[in-house]
Write a protein that binds this ligand. Structure first.
Ligand SMILES: Cc1cc2nc3c(=O)[nH]c(=O)nc-3n(C[C@H](O)[C@H](O)[C@H](O)COP(=O)(O)OP(=O)(O)OC[C@H]3O[C@@H](n4cnc5c(N)ncnc54)[C@H](O)[C@@H]3O)c2cc1C
Length: 399
């Protein structure tokens, strides 16, 4: 019984680790297209301008870890073919590897702007260590940066760049930053935080033209015109599902999986950012938690253990001096209730949809975030009045 995992990042490595920890004795092969062992992704946007930032320090695992755990990692595999009915994979160099289980952990790719607007080589996207290396090189001798997209990656980049004294503009086409994923209250909070720290945010602005000016650019939106030295593009991601399409697995925005993360083809699974667990989440979840959770579901299935129970998605982001944590999924038109935290400046927003708690967003408030996580985990019912009442002790619901 051998396993091939395609993709050696957060989801793929978690799975290999879980399997070995759970006593899986057979062959595990990870196939990765990057040249080097992938790094952790969260520090890329948060810490890349700090002096301690170094590829070695943030590698997901060292070469010796793979050796010690008898996990083979094949790097720099540019292309491969999967033969799902014959249970083998053929690499670009004609090497063939058999499998009993195949797990697709191919993640997602960063979206780019249309080339009619700006050539690909002038777009600085951020998905892996090589991207951040390119951004750092391109920042040399530059002063003014513009980030297209007010999502978490764009905001984290803005925070890192401002801390290093770069000028930063953010252009967002929606009416507010984080519109797709967060409550209006949280968007307002981050808008103020960034503006207080000198970031200029332009919402409701569509890019109309980007004109090269030597090594810089002139940006024209439907409302403004300005010059910038460097353009960073953070406009979301698209699940990497080409491979799945080629082998005939069912897909939508991501590879469709059931609760065990099995695809429509026997003995083929998909985990992490490329997987769409329709029945439990309904959307593709792009987070470290989901990469690890989906990996746990697959390892427990393969090891014949009982299924790990459903977990509400959670996420974090660091910007300036703020630690943000959220649990659940924000839904449009929810009613959002404010709750003050115990510590100075700590707070959270609790969003209810049809009386049901759907999401909690916490700012420097680990305590309320932990309560919220436990409320979700234990399916405890909580209502708006309890949240609104600052004297109501949330702990009493949990213990
Ligand atoms: C800059 C940045 C900051 C982030 N910060 C946070 C954060 O603070 N908190 C959080 O929860 N999430 C964060 N995320 C999101 C999180 O990193 C992703 O959800 C997570 O990496 C998903 O893991 P994955 O293994 O599914 O996919 P990925 O990390 O995308 O890995 C997929 C791997 O598969 C490889 N691959 C793809 N196709 C093939 C193929 N055909 N053959 C071989 N190999 C292939 C790729 O090279 C890649 O290494 C951040 C993401 C980025 C980019």
């Amino acid at each position: 019984m051998s396993i091939i995992i395609i993709g050696g990042s957060h989801a793929g490595i978690s799975l290999a680790e879980n399997l070995r920890r759970g006593g899986y004795k057979n062959k595990i092969t990870i196939i990765e297209k990057q040249k080097n062992i992938p790094t952790e992704k969260p520090p890329l946007s948060k810490k890349f301008l700090e002096s301690t930032f170094d590829e070695e320090n943030i590698k997901l695992r060292n070469q010796s870890w793979f050796k010690d755990n008898l996990i083979e990692i094949l790097l720099n595999i540019k292309s491969l073919e999967v033969f799902p009915h014959e249970n083998f994979v053929r690499l670009y160099n004609k090497v063939e590897i058999n499998y009993d289980y195949l797990v697709i952990a191919s993640g997602a790719k960063a979206n780019k702007l249309p080339i009619e607007l700006i050539p690909i080589e002038s777009q600085n996207i951020l998905r892996d260590f090589n991207d951040i290396k390119k951004i750092k090189d391109n920042l040399l001798d530059k002063k003014h940066t513009t980030i297209i997209g007010g999502g978490y990656i764009g905001l984290e980049l803005a925070s890192s760049l401002r801390k290093a004294d770069f000028e930063v503009n953010i252009i967002e086409m929606s009416e507010r930053i984080l519109q797709r994923v967060a409550s209006k209250e949280l968007s307002n909070f981050f808008t103020s935080l960034h503006e207080e720290n000198g970031v200029k945010i332009f919402c409701n602005e569509r890019l109309e033209k980007i004109k090269p000016l030597g090594s810089a650019f002139q940006i024209n939106t439907n409302k403004n015109k300005f010059n910038t030295d460097l353009l960073l593009v953070g406009i979301g991601v698209t699940p990497e599902i080409e491979l799945a399409k080629n082998i005939g697995v069912s897909y939508d925005r991501g590879i469709i999986v059931n609760e065990n993360y099995e695809t429509s083809l026997k003995n083929i699974f998909a985990i992490g950012d490329c997987a769409l667990n329709k029945s439990e989440y309904g959307i593709v979840i792009e987070s470290i938690h989901h990469a690890q959770f989906s990996a746990s579901r697959v390892s427990s299935y393969i090891l014949g253990q009982s299924k790990i129970k459903y977990e509400e998605p959670w996420f974090w982001s660091d910007q300036f001096d703020v630690k943000f944590q959220s649990v659940g999924l924000y839904r449009p038109n929810s009613e959002t209730i404010f709750r003050k935290g115990k510590r100075e400046g700590s707070k959270s927003w609790w969003s209810f949809n049809n009386q049901k708690l759907v999401c909690v967003e916490a700012i420097n408030d680990v305590q309320n975030f932990s309560f919220a996580k436990r409320i979700f985990e234990n399916k405890i019912s909580v209502n708006k009045n309890q949240i609104e009442d600052q004297n109501f002790d949330l702990k009493s619901l949990i213990t």
